[in-house]
Design a protein around this ligand. Structure first.
Ligand SMILES: *[C@@H]1O[C@H](CO)[C@@H](O)[C@H](O)[C@H]1NC(C)=O
Ligand SMILES: *[C@@H]1O[C@H](CO)[C@@H](O)[C@H](O)[C@H]1NC(C)=O
Ligand SMILES: *[C@@H]1O[C@H](CO)[C@@H](O)[C@H](O)[C@H]1NC(C)=O
Ligand SMILES: *[C@@H]1O[C@H](CO)[C@@H](O)[C@H](O)[C@H]1NC(C)=O
Length: 455
């Protein structure tokens, strides 16, 4: 007889499969109560009966193999391939911008996965400082992202735990990451491989000391990073704040439309679905200095975009229904600069947090959370326009690409969730269409930027 746990797992799998299939069919245009879906529920019930009364269950494996992506490999996963729960990895505090921190965190996770160890929940940094380490304000991972959710979504792939889970406070093995020119990718990989062998592997905990994980060598493909990002879900409080900001943007957009469309045909889009464009404008002084240097060093002239260039390219995006509302994600230092909002062509209505009247929502929080809200607002936009040399923009493009793929399996530019890079000239004088190459073998292009993007 099957154990109860196995039965439960099978039933959960079947339900998840049936649910995903139904969702796909609805997505593809089938009606929710079409005969097909009704039949499917009958089949589903029959399958449950089968799972309960028959074992082993030969159908499941076959179905899973033939699936496009039946079950999110993470949502129902098999614990027997799990990560060891009695061996741990400790990493240094994670620092710098929100997206540097996300990448660092993912790299720490993938390192612990390679060592088959549970990652001890690292500290993030609430404030944005590059040099003054004492001002970094450590903030626990679970004050930003959902801890349990992370483990359940990433189950079988990587695992996080709290420091209190260390069974025995033994002295950890301290692993010094090398640095300098001589510390090559290969040496770094060799060092990690040694840690998988005794005597180091015997240690309950390995503590990596030295540089922050963003500066470690990268050994993993983009899709592994993407998998970790998928498991990062904001805590409800922060997600709710982002929802408030998004509703405010859509409401403003809907007001604009109703003013101009009063006498025209019914407005097809309801208030909740008034589309908006999010533009991540990197034009603040320190970025301009940085990007000019980068242009010289890399001999690429497409990194910096002036405000005028951004406006011009956004204005040339095809297929926008005007009037259209723009959410400008800009550095706080630019909020005082009214010129960011002026000069846009007719039909474009730019807003930043202050003009939108949501400054109070942001202002309650430290840098990291402010940035997380901005990120979420850009992520949920109907159209996103950013700079392909910005980590912030690149991670948004990556997550939007994942969503596109998950929704329709489309690997080319879709109509929904489109992203653009304004620093590269695309078709019709507009910005370049942008999808992340998920088959890339390292995250380099995303963490340091690239001009080779398209779909
Ligand atoms: C990690 O270790 C466990 C227990 O030894 C093992 O079952 C599992 O396959 C290992 N995972 C990987 C990815 O090597
Ligand atoms: C904890 O560590 C002590 C010495 O460090 C050892 O004697 C003891 O057996 C350990 N206990 C467990 C449960 O590993
Ligand atoms: C708008 O649509 C509603 C029903 O969807 C209809 O009753 C109404 O007459 C329409 N108004 C105009 C101005 O077309
Ligand atoms: C920079 O690129 C241009 C063309 O893109 C090329 O003509 C020039 O030689 C390059 N300069 C250097 C120093 O590589």
């Amino acid at each position: 007889m099957p154990s109860e746990e196995e039965l439960g797992r099978n039933i959960a799998r079947i339900l998840a499969m049936a649910w995903m299939t139904c969702k796909r069919l609805i997505f593809l245009g089938f009606q929710r109560n079409s005969i097909f879906c009704k039949c499917l529920s009958l089949v589903c019930i029959a399958l449950i009966f089968r799972a309960v009364f028959l074992y082993p269950f030969p159908g499941v494996g076959v179905l899973r193999e033939n699936s496009f992506y039946w079950v999110h490999s993470s949502s129902v996963s098999n614990t027997q391939y799990g990560v060891r729960k009695d061996k741990f990895l400790e990493v240094p505090q994670i620092v710098w911008g929100l997206n540097n921190q996300k990448i660092s965190f993912a790299r720490a996770c993938l390192t612990s996965r390679m060592l088959n160890r549970t990652l001890l929940m690292p500290s993030l940094s609430a404030s944005l400082f590059y040099k003054e380490l004492e001002l970094l304000q450590p903030i626990s991972f679970d004050k930003i992202f959902q801890f349990e959710r992370f483990n359940s979504l990433c189950n079988g792939f990587v695992r996080l735990s709290r420091y209190s889970d260390l069974s025995n406070r033994t002295v950890p093995f301290e692993l010094q990451k090398g640095s300098g020119r001589k510390w090559t990718v290969e040496r770094d990989l060799d060092q990690l491989k040694q840690c998988r062998e005794n005597p180091i592997d015997e240690y309950e905990s390995i503590r990596i000391v030295g540089k922050n994980p963003f500066l470690w060598h990268d050994h993993w493909p983009v899709k592994d990073y993407a998998k970790i990002f998928e498991c990062l879900v904001l805590i409800d409080e922060i997600a709710d704040e982002a929802t408030k900001v998004v509703s405010k943007i859509r409401e403003m957009g809907s007001n604009l439309r109703s003013k101009t469309e009063t006498l025209q045909q019914n407005i097809s889009s309801s208030k909740e679905h008034t589309p908006y464009v999010a533009v991540h404008m990197r034009i603040e002084k320190d970025w301009m200095i940085h990007c000019k240097k980068l242009e010289q060093r890399s001999n690429i002239s497409q990194i910096c975009s002036s405000k005028e260039e951004i406006m011009d390219r956004v204005a040339h995006i095809r297929g926008l229904t005007k009037p259209i509302i723009l959410f400008l994600a800009v550095a706080d230092s630019l909020l005082e600069d009214a010129s960011v909002l002026s000069g846009w062509p007719d039909g474009f209505f730019p807003f930043e947090k202050k003009k939108l009247g949501v400054w109070d929502i942001y202002n309650k929080y430290p840098y990291l959370i402010k940035s997380a809200i901005d990120y979420e607002v850009c992520l949920r936009a109907d159209i996103f326009v950013g700079n392909s040399f910005s980590t912030f923009s690149s991670l948004i493009a990556l997550e939007r690409t994942q969503k596109l793929i998950a929704m329709g399996g489309s690997r080319s530019c879709g109509l929904r969730w489109s992203s653009y890079a304004y620093n590269i000239l695309g078709a019709f004088g507009g910005p370049q269409r942008w999808m992340t190459d998920m088959s890339d073998s390292s995250l380099n292009a995303i963490s340091y930027g690239s001009n080779k993007i398209s779909c």
